[in-house]
Structures are given as C-alpha cells and as structure tokens.
Design a binder for this molecule. Structure first.
Ligand code: NI
Length: 188
C-alpha cells in the first residue's frame, strides 16, 4: 500500500512537470530520419508542404492511443471538409521493437487512410521524442510489458515548424477551431 501510494504521488508530482516541460519549451521540433509504414526511409523534409498533426504512442496501447488517433482522424476529416486544409496525421511509435512498418500500416489504416506511421531504431525514436519533450517508458506486466507515454498532440506548420500542442482533454470541436485558426493566422 505504501509503495502504491508513493508511486501515485510520484506520478502526480511528475505530471505538471511534464506538462510544463512541453509548454515552456519554445525549441520543440527538429529534423528526423525514420522509417514509414511502407518501409521507406523518410525525413522531416518529406512532410513539408502540408501542416502536420503529430502524436507519439504505440499500437498495442489499450485505450489512450486509439481514442486519440480516432480524434485526430475526426480533426483531419473536418478540416479538409470545412476549411480545405490538408493536415497530415503522423503517429510516431515509442515502442519500435513491436511496431514494425507492417504493424503500423495495419493499425493506422483503421483510423484514416492518410495516416503516416513512423518507426526506427531505439536511438532515432529517443531523439525525436526528445525533440518534442515526449516522455515514454516501458512498464513490465505479467505477460511482457506495456508503455507509459505522454499524450500531447503537436501541430506543425506546412514548413515543418512547431506551432502548438494540445492536451488530450480538449474536445475534437475545440481542436478543430483552434487548429483552423492557428493555421489561417500562420499563413498571413
Ligand atoms: Ni497510448
């Protein structure tokens, strides 16, 4: 019980720190070279031209990632229909040993046909996660491990620059409005 309480209070203490880390940093983003869901090597430059919604997670995530990816798909569809904005949704795995390109292709097709899945070496994943102040950690379970991870969604402009990030408590309609406003203003 004491150990449980201690773990709980550490998590509570850590949460605002992690949020501050992401919120306070103005240098988020940076170059990367990873493998997409078709097995092709891609870099950040391959995504320049359209704004990007970026999320970090793992395909075996039981409920957080599927919920957030479904929300991303709603946003991508709405912005295309309502504002003629083509957002590229990108999912970066923080569990690269299980999330192969094939696995990501299969998983992401379920959410939206435009989804890009990115995987790579442990070092390459650690580097892009660090660029976005994303926290992740393997947590042992009875039959293997699961991943603990932060759940921000990042908005990048068509030039690949970081514009904003959002917590998962924001509703899809709020995000659609905020992203649309942000992208319109960054074009001026
Ligand atoms: Ni997840």
């Amino acid at each position: 019980m004491a150990r449980l309480l201690r773990a709980f209070s550490v998590a509570l203490l850590l949460l605002p720190v992690l949020q501050l880390m992401a919120a306070g940093r103005t240098d988020l983003g940076g170059p990367f070279e990873l493998t997409d869901q078709t097995g092709k090597t891609v870099s950040d430059k391959d995504f320049h031209g359209d704004p990007v919604l970026l999320y970090f997670g793992f395909a075996t995530c039981p409920d957080v990632c599927p919920t957030d990816l479904a929300k991303m798909a709603i946003i991508v569809r709405a912005l295309e229909e309502q504002a003629d904005i083509e957002l590229t949704p990108i999912f970066v795995t923080i569990d690269p040993s299980r999330d192969t390109p094939e696995r990501l292709a299969q998983y992401l097709a379920y959410f939206h046909p435009s989804f890009v899945g990115l995987t790579g070496s442990n070092d390459a994943i650690a580097e892009i996660a660090d660029h976005y102040a994303v926290y992740y950690e393997a947590v042992p379970t009875d039959n293997g491990y699961t991943m603990d991870h932060s759940t921000f969604t990042f908005l990048l402009g068509a030039d690949g620059q970081y514009l904003a990030h959002f917590g998962r408590s924001e509703s899809a309609p709020d995000l659609i409005a905020q992203i649309s406003a942000r992208l319109t203003e960054s074009q001026d």
